[in-house]
Design a protein around this ligand. Structure first.
Ligand code: AMP
Length: 421
């Protein structure tokens, strides 16, 4: 399939040519015609699948339709997303795709001055990208009106639910016109997501795509067993001996990220940390420096890094094992993209064994354990238990959890974890 088969307007096709996109990704081929057909959509797609363009392109196409005479910067599309970085990233995509169109967009999020955002809104926008908390602040200050909204997009819905945004989302939904098109994107169809869909969407078309990095098929996974106290030392050893040009490193806590980053700096390994305590400006600068190869290591917590468009990392290192198995999949989604081989390295101490087992169950594969000479743990990892047999044709991470009480437990664990970050 080609972009020209999708009924998108010519200025969009030109912008896509400039971006050097050759053809639509699988999610784009499925989602774009459905949105152009005026249907609500719920889609399971991870970051890296091209999902942003999948909703931005048809919205732009419809907003620029000459039959739509209703000009005048009425805010017609609202895109909600969990983090500031994602909001800024989506806004950049809108800019790139609409370069030959007369469309104005802006992004509003916490951590930046509300006054500047109010000024931009006053000038009028066609598309608003927002994080829920700041959007409600702006609404309460009468800086934003929803009466013309035709398109409501929830991006990374499961992350928003994990972060405890459910009430904000429901409040916002009640303020929107009833006749609108709802487009909901999530990494996994969780029970909570499905219950939200029931309240929001109108006979939605359900779309799900799997990419190689969702199952980690083109990623080599390694576990290095190590005592907790020696993790930093082992990491430095790996960086030097394996000569990593760049790596994305995940830690469990903000303090852990800072501590590790300082250690790296001391050894003249250029690095930055991103997490919830850093200012927006700081986080953006760190990300830019990393993307432009000005620093070697980016140390991040899950919430700060989720959804970030960091392409083709050769390796992702889990300094701490994620406390929720699904985060492992999100973390490693940054490597092994676009047909390239990637490496996911996890440093595991004995107290993290259960978390490792959860990940292996989710991936339905045992991860290769490699002890690094000189770092063999004094407290060894227990032997891995046998995994349940694979069921033909089912992708583990997209299956609905069978046991609701378990999934509720992990959800409340997620929420309290997000608040900590
Ligand atoms: P996303 O999943 O929306 O975060 O997109 C991941 C990356 O894929 C972004 O850097 C996009 O610019 C890029 N991308 C999106 N659609 C295409 C396409 N059809 N061809 C090539 N790259 C694309």
């Amino acid at each position: 399939m080609k972009f020209s088969d999708l009924n998108l307007s010519n200025p969009l096709i030109r912008a896509l040519k400039d971006k050097k996109y050759e053809k639509p990704t699988p999610i784009q081929s499925k989602v774009i015609p459905t949105i152009l057909n005026n249907r609500d959509v719920i889609a399971a797609a991870q970051t890296g699948t091209g999902k942003t363009a999948a909703f931005v392109l048809p919205i732009l196409s419809k907003l620029s339709d000459p039959k739509d005479n209703d000009k005048g910067r009425k805010m017609k599309a609202l895109i909600l997303t969990p983090t500031r970085e994602l909001a800024a990233q989506i806004r950049e995509s809108i800019d790139a795709y609409s370069k030959y169109l007369d469309i104005r967009s802006t992004a509003v999020y916490g951590g930046a001055r509300i006054h500047n955002q109010q000024l931009k809104l006053k000038k009028g926008v066609d598309i608003l990208v927002a994080t829920p908390g700041r959007l409600l602040d702006l609404y309460r200050q009468k800086s934003v009106s929803f009466i013309n909204i035709d398109f409501f997009v929830l991006d990374e819905a499961d992350q928003m639910l994990d972060m405890g945004f459910i009430n904000d989302i429901k409040t916002i939904m009640k303020l929107l016109p009833e006749r609108r098109q709802n487009l909901m994107f999530t990494a996994t169809f969780s029970d909570l997501f499905r219950s939200l869909v029931k309240e929001v969407a109108n006979k939605p078309i359900e779309i799900s795509v799997t990419s190689d990095n969702e199952t980690g098929a083109n990623i080599d996974h390694y576990v290095h067993p190590v005592d907790k106290a020696r993790k930093a030392e082992l990491l430095l050893n790996l960086i030097e001996n394996e000569n990593f040009s760049q790596a994305l490193i995940f830690t469990k806590t903000k303090h852990g990220a800072d501590r590790l980053q300082k250690r790296l700096e001391k050894l003249k390994i250029t690095s930055k940390a991103i997490h919830g305590n850093k200012t927006q400006n700081n986080r953006m600068k760190a990300l830019e420096a990393f993307k432009k190869n000005k620093i070697r290591m980016l140390v991040a917590t899950d919430v700060a890094a989720r959804g970030l468009d960091i392409k083709n990392m050769e390796q992702v290192i889990n300094f701490d094992v994620p406390t929720v198995a699904r985060d492992y999949v999100h973390r490693i989604g940054r490597t092994g993209r676009a047909g390239k081989k990637g490496k996911a390295i996890t440093l595991v101490s004995a107290d993290e064994f259960r978390l490792l087992q959860d990940i292996e169950k989710l991936l339905k594969q045992k991860i290769k354990r490699v002890e690094i000479p000189g770092f063999e743990p004094e407290q060894p990892l227990p032997v891995a238990l046998n995994l349940p047999k694979k069921k033909h044709g089912k992708k583990g991470i997209f299956r609905k959890p069978k046991n609701n009480s378990n999934s509720n437990r992990s959800r409340s664990r997620n929420r309290s974890r997000s608040r900590r970050r």
